[in-house]
Design a protein around this ligand. Structure first.
Ligand SMILES: Cc1ncc(COP(=O)(O)O)c(C=O)c1O
Length: 299
């Protein structure tokens, strides 16, 4: 497999990064996960919500004080996809703060030096073809797990130990994904999954996704696309109890698209199969992407 490393395409088994890279030592970096598919209108590959991914990365880099031009995300992805020969792909990018100048000081200084240059790494891997004509929601089992992560949930940090531990906790309960909850000034609230955002259909039939203003969570691009184009979804407070009595629980994300949670901690949700809102939103997301409206989002 060819991967991108610092401006070059190289075979993955010849790509080398310093063991003192701050991404490796501190998890000092950001990442993005994109989905590319072959657009039948043009016959060319296209990344879903590319501008939103670039915008999120740009904002994250500014917040993390890593200097890298996020407008390169699109062209570099196109180059990687072309080299991969894939028709449907997941594309991963990671930008770390880079390797300190070892002659000038200890490699473990938390404060970065002046001379570091970001390490840029990307790869593309095959995905099943995106079905835009007849989209079916995926199905997942979920488990409620405490959100033990830091407070900067809008940053797509490569430090994923909190997500990893929660996902392992969920796997211990035979679940595919953890749905996280944490104490907030407004009480105990559901935040998100370890790689997905959460949407519920509550007892009154309202379709609600946890608000970014109530708790630290990622502004997922899939969530952004749905919120921008699907007025039935609103942001609000979701408690673990809301989740337990919801008529539908959905997980949304780049690889997950719209999936339906059939079991929460082993208990069936609804009739344990995708409900009408899961079907409607899976079809809606596919229609938005098919029309190219995933690129028309408010900045
Ligand atoms: C913690 C977390 N929440 C939500 C998402 C979904 O975001 P997106 O729709 O941009 O894939 C992800 C994606 O990896 C994630 O890691």
């Amino acid at each position: 497999m060819l991967v991108h490393l610092n401006g070059q395409l190289v075979p993955h088994d010849r790509a080398a990064v310093s063991v003192f890279d701050r991404g490796f030592i501190f998890g000092d970096g950001l990442y993005e996960g994109l989905r590319a598919f072959t657009d039948t209108r043009t016959g060319r590959m296209r990344v879903i919500g590319l501008e939103a991914h670039a915008r999120r990365l740009r904002r994250g880099l500014i917040e993390a004080r890593i200097e890298w031009d996020a407008s390169r995300l699109g062209p570099l992805t196109a180059e990687l996809l072309e080299a991969s020969g894939l028709k449907d792909a997941f594309v991963y990018w990671q930008i770390t703060r880079g390797t300190p100048d070892l002659s000038r000081g200890p490699a473990r200084s938390r404060v970065p030096g002046a001379g570091e240059r970001p390490t840029v790494f990307g790869y593309a891997s095959a995905m099943a073809p995106l079905s835009l004509a007849s989209p079916e929601p995926g199905v997942k089992r979920a488990s409620l797990q405490p959100d033990l992560r830091w407070m900067r949930g809008t940053l797509k940090s490569t430090s994923l130990l909190g997500n990893v531990l929660a996902a392992m906790g969920a796997a211990d309960h035979q679940a595919d994904e953890a749905i996280l909850f944490r104490e907030t000034p407004g009480g105990v609230l559901v935040t998100e999954g370890t790689y997905t955002n959460v949407v519920i259909v509550n007892q009154s039939g309202a379709v609600v996704t946890p608000a970014l203003t109530d708790a630290p969570l990622l502004s997922g691009v899939t969530r952004e696309i749905l919120l921008a184009h699907e007025p039935t979804i609103r942001e609000g407070r979701v408690t673990p109890d809301d989740l337990r009595i919801a008529s539908e629980v959905l997980l949304v994300g780049t690889t997950t698209m719209v999936s339906s949670v059939t079991h929460l901690d082993g208990v069936p949700v609804g009739d344990a199969s995708p409900g009408p809102h899961a079907r409607r939103l899976a079809a809606r997301l596919a229609a938005i992407i098919a029309a190219g409206d995933d690129e028309r989002l408010p900045g």
